[in-house]
Design a protein around this ligand. Structure first.
Ligand code: CTP
Length: 466
């Protein structure tokens, strides 16, 4: 067969392809071959949407390679349905695109309008609605998703799922999907304990359906308490994200990342600080978490929200950062993006230093070098230690010298001269310096730098046992 050259793939798609290839331990070319083979086989066996849905195969859908996490949220008919509106937001906060399907019973508790307004897309309710079947259809709803979440999962919905019913849109989507399913049961404790419910749940577990909750507590009905309360939206969102990440290229990897400036006190009101915004380090932490890594981010003071799905340890000084970093070890990979203050005031005054004639002389002492300390560890050194080099002159030369001196494996060097706008800005131009040489990356957003770096990290440690 003729060889194929594919041009004009956008950067995001290329990135997803590289990540996918790294995860499967294949070259990008082999990965593309596998995808094409699978797509061709899928086209051959295409004999109508319904058959495809029942085939259980997972043909490659190009949109799936590029989109953010896509969640179909099926809202069942229980009083806990009102919490599902909050769940939409929680999932969105964690970077998911949410599509809602409401059962007929759910519409007694929440309206499709409310769910659709929060989701930013009409909510789907009817299996036989010609417009939604034409636009999206239950088969596409079932397949254009990375995860299906059922919340609240009522006893009735659980029973239907266990027996493969498909008499409405929600159950048809559930039957047709080959994606992972997470259910958040919610019902009266007696219904939860009922033999039929437990039998149905055993069947769903055996089918690979995952559960979050139910929790114990008071029920909506006065005087009723026990196990049956739907898990809180934050718990459901966390479980959903964990499932989505479980098959990421960095799933099962522990990563430690430092970010932001440090702030070194001089007295109770004054500090020595620097202009680092933390944007690059935070973007790396977010990209690592999105690739499934278990991430600890040790951050100096920044004006940024904590990246979703990341454990963040907030510190002020370099000494605190070192303590937090050592506590967060062991890790498979450590990335030091923080702009750590090289010096701190030797004496920290307990009270505000007053103006008494001549300005004071501030004696400084050197801070610990966190990157160098970790990179030189005799035991428990992360497999891959990556530093940054913030330079204003001879960027590459200084970075090469730092690579050796600090004992790290890679350095990402950038020019932080004021004219570049990199310090505090949203874009970055970096050079990846390794023992093998220097690779200059084109100017790009800090998010793109983060994704490219994470992709490289995933490829570099793909062969190392988890
Ligand atoms: N670094 C660190 N601890 C320090 C200083 C720096 O962990 N006390 C790390 C930074 O997070 C970065 C790398 O070392 O990954 C290089 O930081 P940079 O500020 O470029 O270099 P310095 O070591 O501070 O050297 P110089 O200021 O002389 O360029």
């Amino acid at each position: 067969m003729a060889s194929l050259t594919v041009r004009q793939l956008d950067e995001k798609l290329k990135r997803r392809l590289r990540l996918r290839a790294a995860k499967n331990g294949r070259s990008v070319e082999d990965e593309v071959r596998t995808i094409l083979r699978s797509a061709a086989a899928d086209a051959d066996s295409f004999a109508g949407a319904a058959e495809l849905a029942h085939a259980g195969a997972a043909p490659v859908d190009p949109a799936r390679q590029t989109a953010a996490m896509r969640v179909v949220l099926i809202i069942g008919g229980g009083i806990a349905a009102y919490k599902s509106l909050d769940l939409i937001r929680r999932l969105q906060d964690r970077g998911a695109h949410v599509r809602c399907v409401l059962t007929r019973a759910a519409q007694h508790f929440v309206t499709p309008l409310a769910a659709g307004a929060l989701a930013g897309e009409r909510a789907y309710v009817d299996l036989f609605d010609p417009q939604s079947e034409f636009d999206v259809g239950h088969i596409r709803l079932a397949r254009d998703a990375d995860l299906i979440v059922v919340a609240p999962a009522t006893a009735d919905l659980i029973a239907k799922m266990a027996h493969g019913h498909a008499d409405d849109l929600a159950t048809a989507v559930l039957l047709a999907t080959d994606r992972s399913i997470l259910i958040a049961p919610a019902m009266n404790p007696r219904m939860w304990a009922g033999k039929a419910t437990q039998r149905n749940l055993a069947q769903l577990r055996a089918d690979g359906v995952r559960l979050v909750g139910p929790n114990a507590g008071e029920m909506a009905e006065r005087g009723e308490a026990g196990t049956g309360r739907m898990a809180e939206p934050a718990e459901i969102a966390a479980a959903a994200v964990a499932m989505l990440h479980a098959d990421g290229a960095l799933a099962g990897r522990r990563m430690l990342i430092t970010s932001g400036p440090t702030s070194e006190p001089l007295d109770p009101v004054r500090v020595l600080a620097n202009r680092s915004s933390g944007k690059q380090g935070h973007a790396i932490a977010g990209a690592a978490a999105a690739a499934g890594a278990d991430v600890v981010l040790v951050s100096g003071p920044v004006n940024l929200p904590d990246p979703p799905g990341v454990t963040v340890v907030h510190v002020e000084t370099a000494q605190q950062m070192l303590v937090a970093v050592e506590r967060a070890l062991p890790a498979d990979v450590a990335i030091f993006a923080a702009a750590v203050a090289d010096w701190r005031p030797l004496h920290v005054s307990g009270s505000k230093i007053k103006k008494h004639g001549r300005p004071p002389t501030i004696a400084l002492t050197e801070n610990p070098d966190i990157l160098s300390t970790v990179a030189h560890r005799k035991s428990g050194r992360p497999r891959l230690v990556i530093g940054f080099a913030a330079e204003t002159d001879d960027v590459i030369g200084n970075a090469e010298a730092k690579l050796k001196k600090k004992g790290c494996d890679w350095i990402l060097a950038n020019d932080v001269s004021p004219a570049t706008g990199i310090m505090g800005g949203d874009r970055n131009t970096v050079h990846l310096v390794t023992a093998a040489g220097v690779e200059s990356w084109p100017p790009q957003s800090k998010d793109d730098v983060a994704h490219s770096l994470i992709e490289r990290v995933a490829a570099a440690i793909a062969d190392i046992k988890r």
